[in-house]
Design a protein around this ligand. Sequence first.
Ligand SMILES: [Zn+2]
Length: 319
Amino acid sequence: MDSDFSSRIWADKDKLLRELETALSRSFVRGDPLQRTTKQFAERMGVSESRAATLIHTESAHAAAEATAKGYKETGVSEYQFDASLDLKTCAVCGALDGKTFPVSARETGVSYPPIHPRCRCTTVPVTEFDAGGQRAARNPETGKTEYVDQGMTYEDWYEKYVAGESVEKSTESAIMGNGKQRNGGAAVEKTQPACRSLGELNTEYLEKRFGKLQTKELIIMDERLEHIRQRHPEDVELFEQYGADCALNPDMVLVDEKHEGTVFMVKHLPDTNLNVVTRLALDIDDAGRKNSIMTFYRIRDKNLRKLAEKSELLYKNE
Ligand SMILES: [Zn+2]
């Protein structure tokens, strides 16, 4: 741990940060290779190239971590889990933090929130009632092993998906959302991408009739949500990329999720199946600054959609 280094970054080195920001955004716009950016930045700041590279890596990680924290606030995530999976082998400090959970309100950069040290590659994941700690254990009937499924998934859907469901070929890369990589391929630049993306504005009329005034019409999804789902259900992410925004902005059916506060199922009929986008609304009683956010999504077959509709309050139906 290089405390002099840390203070150079986290204290009031305004010029450094401004220069870095300029260098990064310029290189991003032009698609410069990271080495060139590093070289230019080193020259401007009068430091060695390796030092400049470390600064760029660490500051980019910091910016990404701050964007994630902002996303936590907007989506109402109150707790996060430290994920040192990349740093586990190399750093004992981060290894010890791995898997631990902390309240977002008490996060401390460099102590309990990344980056912990220069070139720290650690990240965090939100702990929500829709997954992580809230993941539901289910036994895979084929292997007999316990697997974890999203809590937003009903037993019926789980059964359809893993027991009766057809297997869908996994996609490796998506065309629309991309896989997070930019054309210049620089890891540092890639991390400056926003943690949340805005999908448009919800029709709040019937939602407000049921839930009271909403803080905003804006609908967002955290990149982490997409990644999280992509890792386990890439075929669902593919459908989401094609129809997700339309599903939430122009749903065929909207139902109340009776198990989660302020949450609705927004369903769209697709050619072969239906897509259910589970959205937590930004209620007036929530902390200020919240946005309507997609917590999870999954395919739901007609039969299971009928069952879900039978036990859920109907808010909207496109006849
Ligand atoms: Zn680390």
